[in-house]
Ligand binder design. Structure first.
Ligand code: COA
Length: 338
């Protein structure tokens, strides 16, 4: 788990990657924050998390009422490339933590949390700076996060800019026997098998703009056989989704499809396979209402899902390019919701 000497060197040296959305101001702010991350005035140290910290991390997460999906930490911890940092006071107590998930061009800062008794002292900033540095050292041109209301000011001060909120859709009770529409042009839905993954990863990268393969694999490993893939008559992938259930709720995501018809086919099959009566959730990028609403919102409402606006996506660095091709995103990955 520990950084190699080489990675430490990269963290110190490679901060100026890509043309930043906010120009030189954001770059110099990052340098300042980096210095802060190395030497806290009160003696608090920001360092990489160790296995021996896990018990205290759980305690910290329950004190901050998790701040993120409680199951996400376990799922993400096993993923390649993911790193965590903690803030440790001179007396040895853990006062904060953060996660950094590199997905190639995009890096996700997640699970930032500071114990109530240590807030407004700059720890959130130091932990965020640690994660930004690590993600940049792994080649992220864009650092992305999903902010709670209370953390938006902190992230803005680090140069992050608001992108779009996401919407969580929930169906209180899955019903079996949901009638899937019948397509005449030969599309079929089958259970996703590991042999589908190389092609699926390629389609996903093209549609998402970064590499979510490790995240998809981690979810499938926990739930083998819970993925679905839709292919057209020539056998090409036209959509896929993964179901998972680490709590009573079944999550659907990533959920990607070429159009509404394919999405309908996949969603009906997924609901049919879900435990009857259990709640089902899908997180959709973007707001539920507005000018450029993606088709997922109407589709989920058609199936009886009810949406509520969730966290705000914020980004630092290069603006993610608009989607020019690939499949549409009907649902984000669960747990990290990107
Ligand atoms: C959000 C959270 C991580 C912030 O942690 P923090 O350690 O208080 O963060 P910081 O101290 O770096 O910054 C917080 C504020 O204190 C201010 N501050 C920092 N150092 C300060 C100092 N020495 N004196 C006075 N104010 C200071 C910052 O400017 C910032 O103000 P702003 O919110 O108006 O922008 C923490 O409140 C938390 O754990 N919340 C619950 C979980 C959560 O929402 N996590 C975010 C997930 S996206």
């Amino acid at each position: 788990m520990a950084f190699t000497t080489r990675e430490d060197l990269d963290l110190e040296g490679k901060l100026e990657i890509g043309a930043r959305r906010s120009g030189p101001r954001a770059v110099s702010e990052t340098h300042a924050a980096e210095a802060e991350a190395r030497a806290g005035a009160d003696g608090t140290r920001v360092r990489e998390m160790r296995d021996s910290d896990l018990e205290r991390v759980l305690e910290l997460r329950s004190v901050v009422r998790w701040s993120a999906d409680p199951w996400a930490f376990d799922l993400l911890r096993g993923m390649r490339g993911v790193r965590w940092a903690v803030a440790e006071s001179p007396r040895g107590s853990l006062s904060g933590m953060v996660g950094a998930v590199p997905l190639g061009e995009i890096g996700i800062l997640c699970q930032l949390a500071v114990h109530d008794g240590y807030r407004n002292m700059g720890l959130g900033r130091r932990l965020s700076s640690w994660a930004i540095s690590y993600l940049r050292s792994r080649g992220a041109a864009t650092v992305r996060l999903y902010s709670t209301r209370g953390a938006e000011g902190l992230y803005r001060s680090l140069g992050f800019e608001a992108a779009t909120p996401r919407t969580v859709y929930r169906l209180e009770e899955a019903r079996r026997g949901v009638r899937a529409p019948r397509r005449t042009d030969g599309h079929r839905v089958s259970t996703l098998v590991f042999g589908d993954l190389p092609e699926l990863y390629g389609v996903d990268r093209w549609s998402y703009g970064a590499d979510r393969s490790a995240l998809i694999l981690a979810t499938l490993r926990l739930h083998p056989g819970w993925g679905l893939v839709a292919r057209d008559s020539s056998g090409r992938i036209k959509g896929y989704l993964v179901r998972s259930s680490l709590s009573l709720t079944t999550r659907i995501g990533p959920f990607v499809a070429a159009d509404d018809e394919v999405a309908r086919l996949l969603l009906a099959s997924a609901l049919d396979a879900s435990k009857e009566g259990s709640p089902v959730e899908v997180t959709v990028p973007g707001p539920a209402a507005g000018l450029a609403v993606c088709p997922a919102h109407a589709l989920l409402r058609e199936f009886g899902f009810v949406g509520r606006e969730d966290r705000l996506r914020m980004e630092l660095g290069e603006a993610s390019p608009p989607r020019l091709s690939g499949l549409y995103h009907y649902g984000t990955t669960p747990y990290l919701a990107t």
